[in-house]
Design a protein around this ligand. Structure first.
Ligand SMILES: Cc1ncc(COP(=O)(O)O)c(C=O)c1O
Length: 386
């Protein structure tokens, strides 16, 4: 199945072929927290692992992690040797400070807070909480490209913060660790990527290019893109992953821990126009917000326009059903939910709010390559399904 079809509206941005050619307008890497110490890792999960080392955490220490999470946040912490204890987040996505306080004991050394798909955490309040309890604050910005909250630039308030470039750009890999205090900076024992993996990355980038409609002469054979709009071809059960290019890899692979961001991904990130990407994504977000905000039974989860941030996907809360993303996928829209990325150690029955979020938050594609017709196809399809 893989390789022979694709979604009509994909979750990931396209890779126009000109991104691969040398360009005079070479820029620097995206830098959301200017002036802070940063390191570029293969995955954001690896950045988190190395961040624990920068903070001087010891195996056996406890880290508090939200019950609404992706397992890639939990795995690096456990691999480091720390214990993970989960805390509640309310249905609006915000940290439940009462539960957080209940979970603090002498073993707890750090709190991870996630800015979910544009739902921002109260940074100063978490900062004060951590200060009061002598804890480190780890700000997880993996769902944000960059931007400003009312409390400062995203990623600048935590003791450390992490970013995941591969969610926003047409690249294979790419994560970043930001150390907001010079004393937390620590050298990473970098290791080169294996030759086999470099081939895999180049192949993936070429596939991205071939699947871009802007490179029609290269679109031959199985990657031929059908004309829009069509019913997107999907795998036999309607929910599996047909051909797509920016694979979400939920596994934690310790053999890749010391890999830097690949040179291919760095090359592409150095040729992109950050402000254009932000503008496009924010525009799409407000179109979706306006069109979907009026529909009964669903509501946008984040308040678009309230903050100047740029989120990975557009989150909606679907009040009375749990299958909207499945129905959208059957119709060619690569919507997704987080129900498949829960860490197996989470006792979901103890976290009714997280359970609600896993079941009812649906993430719609919201990237810079979406066309107006794709946006409207998505809006009409959501309306139709509802
Ligand atoms: C909240 C959050 N943090 C961290 C990560 C890890 O990012 P990466 O896939 O780049 O390792 C993810 C992955 O989806 C995530 O959702």
């Amino acid at each position: 199945m893989i390789g022979c079809m694709e979604f009509v509206v994909s979750r990931d941005p396209r890779l126009p072929i000109h991104y691969l050619f040398p360009s005079r307008s070479r820029k620097t890497q995206p830098d959301p927290v200017i002036g802070r110490a940063t390191s570029y890792h293969f995955w954001a999960r690896n950045a988190l692992f190395h961040g624990l080392g920068s903070l001087g955490l010891n195996p056996g220490d406890t880290v508090l992690v939200p019950a609404f999470h992706c397992s890639t946040v939990v795995e690096p912490i456990r691999h480091y040797g720390c214990e993970v204890i989960f805390y509640n987040v309310h249905r609006d996505g915000v940290v439940d400070f009462e539960d957080l306080a209940r979970k603090v004991d002498s073993q707890v050394k750090a709190v991870v807070a996630i800015h979910y798909f544009g739902v921002l955490q109260p940074l100063q309040k978490i900062r004060e909480f951590c200060h009061h309890h002598h804890l480190f604050f780890i700000e997880d910005c993996a769902h944000l490209f960059m931007g400003e909250s009312r409390e400062g630039p995203i990623g600048s308030v935590g003791d450390i913060s992490i970013f995941s470039w591969r969610k926003f750009l047409p690249i294979y890999d790419g994560g970043m660790l930001v150390c907001n205090h010079a004393q937390y900076q620590r050298a990473v024992p970098w290791q080169g990527l294996s030759g086999w993996f470099q081939v895999k990355i180049v192949k993936n980038l070429l596939e991205k290019c071939l699947s871009d409609r802007a490179t029609p002469r290269l679109s031959i054979g199985p990657n031929q893109r059908t004309e829009f709009p069509v019913q997107g071809a999907v795998s036999h059960d309607g929910v599996g992953e047909p051909f797509h290019v920016n694979t979400h890899v939920p596994e934690f692979d310790a053999s890749q821990l010391n890999w830097p961001m690949s040179r291919w991904s760095r090359y592409i990130t150095e040729h992109i126009d950050v402000s254009k990407i932000m503008r496009k994504r924010q525009e799409h977000s407000s179109i979706l917000s306006q069109a979907l905000g009026e529909l009964p039974g669903i509501r946008p989860w984040s308040k678009a326009g309230e903050h100047r941030v740029c989120a990975w996907a557009f989150p909606i809360v679907v009040e009375h059903r749990t299958d909207l993303h499945v129905e959208l996928r059957k119709r060619g829209i690569q919507a997704f939910s987080w129900s498949g990325v829960i860490h197996p150690t989470l006792d979901l029955a103890a976290f009714s709010d997280a359970k609600f979020l896993y079941e009812h938050v649906v993430l719609l594609p919201n990237h810079q390559s979406l066309t107006q017709s794709e946006l409207h196809f998505m809006i009409d399809t959501v309306k139709g399904v509802l």
